[in-house]
Design a protein around this ligand. Structure first.
Ligand code: ZN
Ligand code: FE
Length: 260
């Protein structure tokens, strides 16, 4: 069984530290800064950082990779289709890798960036998804290098994973995402409840993550483009009714890009 801890970085990033307590080995996910990981390792001198997992090439996910690799000798795994500093293992869609004794499946999920990957493991009775800047709690990443169609397909792929899957994304964007989600679906009770719970967590400066896939399916507008209420809001906002889930998704993403 692995434990997962959030190491806060910058203003709203989390570097997820995956820990195998039995063997005192750990892996860092998207270390945009080496300092929080090095501080954790200094406080836990018997532990070894064995792996650095990278979902995409953006600086806030890769800035600490080379320093961590130089200090620890950790192996760097990152998307095959992107330039990742210090990469040892190029991750391709469908590939299976072993990290901390667990088998992880690589999913190519383009949209935010062209080569973005997510990692999924069944774990030991506790499925885990590391999804970088693709699926966020109540939101999704911006389209920097991909199309709405690509991002929609990527999110649909993630949505088909088991409902209990714990969703570890990189940013604490949840409250802002929920504000938009409530503008789209003001009458969604699961969403209203989630907003109250997330606000209470943030008041205590606690992470709103991980989420679960079933919670996302109930509250994340970007996974709900087929819901009549979401379609209706898109139609009212855009002035024309989307005809497919993909066009509804594109309308939602464009709406959110300009939502304040
Ligand atoms: Zn990014
Ligand atoms: Fe990011």
């Amino acid at each position: 069984m692995i434990q997962i801890t959030a190491l806060p970085a910058f203003s709203d990033n989390y570097i997820w530290l995956l820990q195998d307590p039995a063997r005192q080995r750990c892996a860092a996910v998207d270390p945009g800064d080496s300092a929080p990981v090095l501080a954790w390792l200094a406080a836990h001198p018997d532990w070894l950082l064995t792996d650095i997992l990278v979902t995409h090439h953006h600086q806030d996910h890769t800035g600490g990779v080379l320093e961590l690799k130089a200090r620890t000798g950790a192996r760097v795994l990152g998307p095959a289709l992107e330039a990742i500093p210090g990469r040892d293992v190029a991750l391709e869609d469908g590939q299976r890798i072993n990290v901390l004794g667990l088998e992880w499946q690589v999913l190519h999920v383009p949209g935010h960036t062209a080569g973005h990957v997510a990692l999924f493991t069944e774990g030991v009775g506790q499925p885990v998804l590391l999804c970088g800047d693709t699926l966020f709690a109540a939101g999704c990443g911006r389209l920097f290098e991909g199309t709405a169609a690509q991002m929609h397909a990527s999110l649909q792929r993630l949505a088909s994973l088991p409902g209990p899957t714990r969703v570890y994304c990189t940013h604490e964007y949840t409250l802002a995402n929920l504000r938009f989600a409530l503008a789209v679906e003001p009458d969604n009770q699961a969403l209203q409840q989630r907003q109250r719970e997330a606000a209470a967590l943030r008041e205590r400066n606690l992470p709103t993550l991980p989420s679960t896939l079933s919670l996302e399916l109930a509250t994340n507008p970007f996974l709900r483009a087929n819901e009549p209420a979401v379609r209706k809001s898109c139609a009212e906002h855009a002035g024309s009714a989307p005809t497919t889930a993909e066009t509804a998704f594109a309308a939602l993403r464009a709406w959110k890009d300009n939502f304040r």
